[in-house]
Design a protein around this ligand. Structure first.
Ligand code: 5GP
Length: 199
């Protein structure tokens, strides 16, 4: 019998949720569990925090440079969050998708909604913190941030939470390993959808 080969189309995965919900750690763990999945590194005007490295956590740029790239159409989506600009590099994403790899974007809910409109095949996962108190503790735990920034982030968190109903999947991050397992399972199953396969 001739063997059957099924080609599977790559896709975008959006991970959003309030700051402090543990998204970055979840995404790191998901990348270790998933083959054919690559993270997009965003461009931001926010200054580096703690051990963050340019080109690894973000590409850190000045505001005028960000605006120049935005006006040249370099971003798949972009948004202003807590007074800083963040954008997803369009060329990297389309090149990676063309190479057959799926791309995971850790972005805010405004960006998530833009991706959903422009890429209806994208999979949107919302990471829910186990409770507001846990969220506050995690934000305080980032000793590099000032009180004022923490307060602004808590307000932002409440706004982000109100978007969960527009996401495809909700995963509660009360246990990081289980949360990463759940996200990896979602991505794996989504990759097997009939709509993404061609024989
Ligand atoms: P942070 O400054 O804590 O790293 O990120 C603040 C928020 O910006 C987080 O919700 C993060 O997911 C979001 N963010 C990071 N990169 C992007 C991006 O490229 N686009 C959008 N829309 N949001 C982003």
């Amino acid at each position: 019998m001739p063997s059957i080969s099924v080609a599977r189309r790559s896709f975008l995965v959006v991970v959003s949720g309030p700051s402090g919900a543990g998204k970055s750690t979840v995404v790191d763990r998901v990348l270790k569990r998933s083959s054919r999945l690559v993270a997009s590194v965003s461009i931001t005007t926010r200054p580096p925090r703690g051990e963050e490295r340019d080109g690894v956590d973000y590409f850190f740029v000045a505001r005028d440079e960000f605006e120049r790239r935005r006006d040249a159409g370099a971003f798949l989506e972009w948004a202003e969050v807590h007074g800083n600009l963040y954008g997803t590099p369009a060329a990297f994403v389309s090149r990676t998708l063309d190479e057959g790899m799926s791309v995971i974007l850790e972005i805010d809910v405004q960006g998530g909604m833009l991706v959903r409109d422009r890429h209806p095949e994208a999979v949107l996962i919302f990471i829910m913190p186990p409770g507001l108190e846990a969220l506050r503790e995690r934000l305080r735990g980032r000793a590099t941030d000032e009180d004022e920034i923490i307060r602004r982030r808590l307000e932002g968190a409440a706004r982000e939470l109100s978007f969960y109903g527009r996401y495809d999947y909700i995963v509660v991050n009360d246990d990081i390993e289980r949360c990463a397992d759940d996200c990896a399972a979602i991505i794996r199953a989504e990759g097997l959808r009939r709509e993404r396969a061609s024989l």
